[in-house]
Design a protein around this ligand. Structure first.
Ligand code: HEC
Length: 223
């Protein structure tokens, strides 16, 4: 019996090493579903009228996780296509703090930490198009949706930041830019009564006697 096995094995090995070249396909004893009916990518398929085997998704198909139905949140626009006037998310302290952190990471390099457009990229002499001040009347007037759009898609010489900054963080930054704008236009009326009383007590005068009207102090170096 052992002899027979040995001979059978020897025959198989010798046949395997016979060193002859052949154009025939190799012998394929175990098919294992290697050959089956299917269409390769880009292959013609007579079943469909357009002859394509690769079918486009059914109209209206939405990839998982890509249903961005909330246009105000995702595009900063109303269903009619106008920029939303106000943030579509509640303004909380946490949102502003997140916005400040993200702003300082992504925007301050150009726009400056206080938003006067004097970030290091601008003051460093790199020849970059100057960034505007957020405290210009025009940018105070623009809607929250517009600011969101600038972050998302960029504007003229400013690149968009959609790739780096997720949607929720863009809104946090918008909220913080609003806070920056507000911070530079504060008037005495914004002071809490306790602080006003304190100023009155220490200086002997009501705060802001001569600065009435809420005119901003001359913009400093921007930081
Ligand atoms: C690489 C520098 C750079 C960075 C970073 C940058 N900006 Fe700008 N930004 C600019 C420049 C330059 C302009 C002016 C573009 C122009 O007028 O051609 C501008 C313009 C703007 C404007 C005014 C748009 C208008 O209508 O005039 C806003 C608002 C703004 N940026 C917000 C942001 C915010 C928010 C961030 C952070 C997410 C940011 N930018 C990051 C360079 C930058």
């Amino acid at each position: 019996m052992q002899k027979l096995t040995f001979i059978a094995l020897a025959v198989v090995l010798l046949v395997g090493c016979r060193g002859m070249q052949s154009d025939d396909p190799p012998i394929h004893p175990n098919l294992n579903m290697d050959f089956q009916e299917r269409f390769d990518p880009q292959e013609f398929n007579p079943f469909f009228a357009d002859g394509r085997s690769m079918r486009p998704p059914v109209p209206g198909t939405v990839a998982r996780g890509m249903l961005r139905e909330d246009v105000a949140f995702y595009q900063g626009r109303s269903p009619g296509g106008d920029y939303v006037a106000d943030l579509p998310v509640p303004v909380t302290r946490a949102l502003l703090e997140r916005g400040q952190e993200r702003y300082d990471i992504f925007c301050a390099v150009c726009h400056g930490q206080a938003g006067y457009g004097q970030g290091i990229i601008m003051t460093g002499g790199y020849g970059y198009t100057p960034a505007p001040s957020y405290h210009d009347a025009r940018l105070i007037e623009v809607s929250d949706g517009y600011l969101y759009d600038v972050i998302t898609n960029g504007v003229r010489n400013m690149p968009g930041y959609a790739q780096q900054i997720p949607v929720a963080d863009r809104w946090a930054i918008v909220a913080y830019v609003r806070a920056l704008q507000r911070s530079q236009r504060a008037s005495e009326a914004d002071l809490p009564p306790s602080v006003r009383a304190n100023i009155e007590a220490t200086t002997g005068t009501a705060p802001g006697g001569e600065a009435a009207g809420g005119a901003p102090a001359a913009p400093g170096a921007g930081e």
